[in-house]
Design a protein around this ligand. Sequence first.
Ligand code: BG6
Length: 475
Amino acid sequence: MNRIQDNFLWGGAVSAHQCEGAYCTGGKGLSIADVTTAGSKDCPRRITDGIVKGEYYPNHEGIDFYHRFREDIGLLAEMGFKCFRMSIAWTRIFPRGDEREPNEEGIKFYDQVFTELKRHNIEPIVTLSHFETPYCLVKEYGGWKNRKLISFFERYAETVFNRYKDKVKYWQTFNEINHCKADSKLGMWLAGALEIKEGDDREQICAQAVHNMFVASAKAVICGKRINPEFKIGCMVGYIPYYPATCNPCDVMAVMKREEEDYFFTDVMVKGKYPYYKEQAYKKKGIQIQTEPEDGSLLRQGTVDYIGFSYYMSNVYSDNIEHIKVSAGGIIRTMENPYLKSTKWGWAIDPLGLRISLNRLYDRYGIPLMIVENGFGAYDKFSEDGIIHDDDRIAYLKAHIEAMKQAITEDGVEVLGYTPWGCIDLVSASTGEMEKRYGFIYVDKDNRGKGDLHREKKKSFYWYQKVIKSNGEIL
Ligand code: BG6
């Protein structure tokens, strides 16, 4: 193949909590995002005990997609989007998370969104849980470390699968499930809904939570296929290729071990069982997971159809951990790569890393891949002509699309689609900033929530429109 296939899914991605706003409208309950304050690249976001007066929570308003989705989808259609990756806020469907009956108003909202997408021939790609677990499930059940969440999640998944079975074909279970790691407080919170206290055995808690999420994901896959065998249900991981700091075999070994921490997630969700290295690591650390007899068979039956992954950067790793620092967002440990430039938030810009990632994942798993997030977070400024000339963003995306094309056409990797992150500006997940922008569409709102929320097309809007129209031939 020397061209990208004609049915390639070009589009963009958002999540409910980062764009919808309307955090307590339409019967919606509080989610973990609603009690997470704004931060910045130098100051981590904080988790408050409920909503505290005087604190600023940027997700409460988001970009008000809840009320403006028709206008926004119209703009995406104008760019020629073939697909749109979004998530359903669990708390719109089950406000507390543990109810028996869903909230019809929430169901209706997404029905309208999917109808609007269909009207424009845009295929929805829907994540069930994108860092927006109901807050009540944290307060009353302790988050994903509690096995009860599996049945709550299953009920939620079954409800939306049933209601939207004729409108949505592509699904993903948990967004960046692999961020639920013991060394990241924010990652444990966003991905695992785990509130960590002083003295907690983080590794044990994390291992249990992740196991419960694996079983929940598998059950959702099994249930989804029963409801509509045509569904394509994927997992979603944050993928970062690691390069050894030197050719010293100790660094190579350290990289291998570091990468296992992430491969563990895809190994379980794609291959259907715990990999040998993780079983050994748990044994050595004395970690014991509470399981039920059916778990093994559920994991085997509930494997995913494709791997959705985010790719923003590569990273460097070393045997000498003193060289490694934790990034401001608190999710990723970083080391500088002298061959690469970084964004203002310290994320290394590495298009070739995307081709490497696609090959590594395809080689290891042999199932289709979907790049469901990729993008350039940057401050945007209007020029005198009244337009945002976001040439750096265009350069970033162009180079990454080129790398993706090479993976498809030269290397033979099967890629279903490409949905750059934050196709319309939205609230940053790691910092809560609004001014870390990714969009083709500008939203008038700043880090403190000021602005009238009106939308403007950036230069990249017209650029991406041509990319899609030419199926990636004109970059
Ligand atoms: C991924 C998440 O981690 O990266 C998104 O799935 C997030 O929710 C995106 O927004 C970009 O990260 P950030 O921190 O710049 O918003």
